[in-house]
Design a protein around this ligand. Structure first.
Ligand code: SF4
Length: 383
C-alpha cells in the first residue's frame, strides 16, 4: 500500500477503473470523435491521425450479462458477454465509431451482433490473417487500407503522410514513456505495484493520447523524486488475455507476491517497440502491427517466438514465478497455458495456471491458490 498518494497515478488508475472518464468527456465537448477499438492488431494511429480518440472496448463495471446472453451461445467468454452487455446497457453510447477485428471467434461475435443493432457505431471490420508470410501481409495491408479509407469517410478527413507520421510520433512518445515505467520495475526495488502498473497501462487505452502522455510525464517525475519504492518478496510476471478487472489484479498481489511485469496486449507488449518513423507511414504501420510487435497466441507458428519473449521478460525482470491466466471458455489461452507449461518447466520457472471469470466470482478460491504458489516459491528458496 502506497503511503503517499501521487495525483497523476490516482488520475490514471481511476481512468482504468471505468469506461468513461472526464478526459474523454472533455475531448468530446471539444468536438473530437471517440472510437472504440480492440487490441492487438488495430492500428490506433490511423484513428488518432483522423483527430479522433481510440479507446479500448471492455466491460469494466459490468455486474451481469442478462442483456447480452440471448446474443451468444453458452460457450462464449465473459469478456465478450460483459463488454456487449455494457454496449446494450448504453455505457458505450458516447462512441462516434467502433472498429472490430477477428482476434478470436468469441470477440468477433461482438461485431456480428453490434452491426445488426438499429443504431451501431461500427464502421469497420478488419480481417487480420492468422498466418504470417508475404501473401498474408499483402492481405493485411489491404484490410488496413480499407480501414483507413473508411476512417477518412467517417470523419471527413484525408489521412495523408503528414497526418499519419504525426500520429505515429505521438503514439511512439506514449510507448517511450511507458518503457520508462517498465525500466523502473527491473531493479530490486520497484516503482509501481503490479496493480498500479497494469491500471496505468490500461489507462493508456482509455484516454486521449495527448492527455495520457502529459499524465505519464508527471507520474514519472513523481516516481523519480518521491522515491517511495517497493521490494517484492516474490516477483511475479502476469500474462493472460482480457482478464482486466482491477479487483483481479489486486487479488493476484494479495498474498505477498508482487507483479513486477506483465506480458499482455495492453501492457508490456504494446510499448516494447516503436513504429518506424523513417519509413513510409502506412507501410511502417502495416509492418509494425503485422510482424514487428511481440507475437500473440492467435498467430499460427509463433509459439517459439512467444516462449522466447516470455523467457526474456523473466530474465530481464528477475521474475520468481509466472501466472498464466485464462478466462473461462477462452480456448485460445487454454492452449497457451498448455503450450507454455513445458517451456517453463524445462527452465525450472515456477508457474501457476489460473482460470477466472471476467468479473471476479471466485476471489477466495483464487487467493488460496495464489497464496500456495507464493509460499511454494518462498519455501523452495528457503526464505
Ligand atoms: S478472453 Fe479469450 S476467448 Fe475471450 S475475447 Fe479474449 S482471447 Fe477471445
Amino acid at each position: 500500500m502506497r503511503q503517499k498518494a501521487i495525483p497523476a497515478l490516482e488520475t490514471l488508475m481511476s481512468a482504468a477503473r471505468t469506461i468513461g472518464n472526464p478526459y474523454l468527456e472533455r475531448a468530446k465537448k471539444a468536438g473530437r470523435k471517440i472510437v472504440g477499438v480492440l487490441y492487438d492488431e488495430v492500428p490506433e494511429e490511423i484513428i488518432s491521425a483522423a483527430g479522433a480518440v481510440p479507446v479500448l472496448l471492455r466491460g469494466t463495471g459490468s455486474d451481469g450479462t442478462e442483456l447480452a446472453d440471448p446474443y451468444f451461445r453458452e460457450l462464449t467468454c465473459g469478456y465478450t458477454r460483459h463488454t456487449f452487455n455494457e454496449i446494450l446497457n448504453g455505457k458505450w453510447d458516447f462512441l462516434d465509431g467502433a472498429v472490430i477485428y477477428n482476434s478470436c471467434d468469441h470477440m468477433r461475435r461482438i461485431y456480428d451482433n453490434w452491426v445488426r443493432r438499429p443504431v451501431s457505431p461500427v464502421y469497420s471490420f478488419i480481417y487480420a490473417p492468422k498466418k504470417g508470410g508475404e501473401l498474408a501481409r499483402r492481405f493485411y495491408a489491404e484490410q488496413i487500407r480499407d480501414f483507413l479509407h473508411r476512417t477518412e469517410e467517417r470523419f471527413c478527413v484525408t489521412l495523408n503522410e503528414e497526418r499519419l507520421g504525426a500520429a505515429i510520433r505521438l503514439h511512439n512518445e506514449k510507448r517511450r514513456l511507458q518503457r520508462e515505467l517498465y525500466a523502473m520495475q527491473k531493479g530490486r526495488r520497484i516503482a509501481l505495484t503490479g496493480t498500479e502498473l497494469l491500471l496505468v497501462m490500461m489507462a493508456g487505452k482509455s484516454l486521449p493520447v495527448e492527455d495520457y502522455n502529459a499524465l505519464l510525464r508527471k507520474l514519472i517525475a513523481s516516481l523519480k523524486s518521491c522515491a517511495e519504492t517497493f521490494e517484492p518478496g516474490v516477483r511475479l510476471l502476469y500474462m493472460g488475455a482480457h482478464a482486466d478487472e482491477p479487483l483481479f489484479f489486486e487479488t493476484l498481489e494479495s498474498e505477498g507476491g508482487q507483479i513486477v511485469v506483465d506480458s499482455t496486449g495492453f501492457g508490456e507488449q504494446s510499448c516494447e517497440l516503436d513504429v518506424r518513423e523513417d519509413a513510409d507511414p502506412f507501410e511502417a504501420l502495416v509492418s509494425y502491427y503485422f510482424e514487428e510487435t511481440p507475437a500473440v497466441p492467435r498467430k499460427f507458428g509463433t509459439a517459439p517466438a512467444r516462449a522466447g519473449h516470455l523467457l526474456r521478460l523473466v530474465k530481464d525482470y528477475a521474475v520468481d514465478g509466472v501466472i498464466v491466466t485464462r478466462l473461462t471458455m477462452c480456448d485460445l489461452w487454454a492452449f497457451e497455458q498448455y503450450m507454455l507449461r513445458p517451456v517453463l518447466e524445462k527452465q525450472g520457472i515456477p508457474s501457476l495456471e489460473l482460470e477466472t471469470d471476467y468479473i471476479l466470482q471466485n476471489r477466495g478460491q483464487l487467493a488460496t491458490r495464489i497464496q500456495a504458489f507464493v509460499e511454494s516459491i518462498r519455501s523452495s528458496r528457503g526464505s
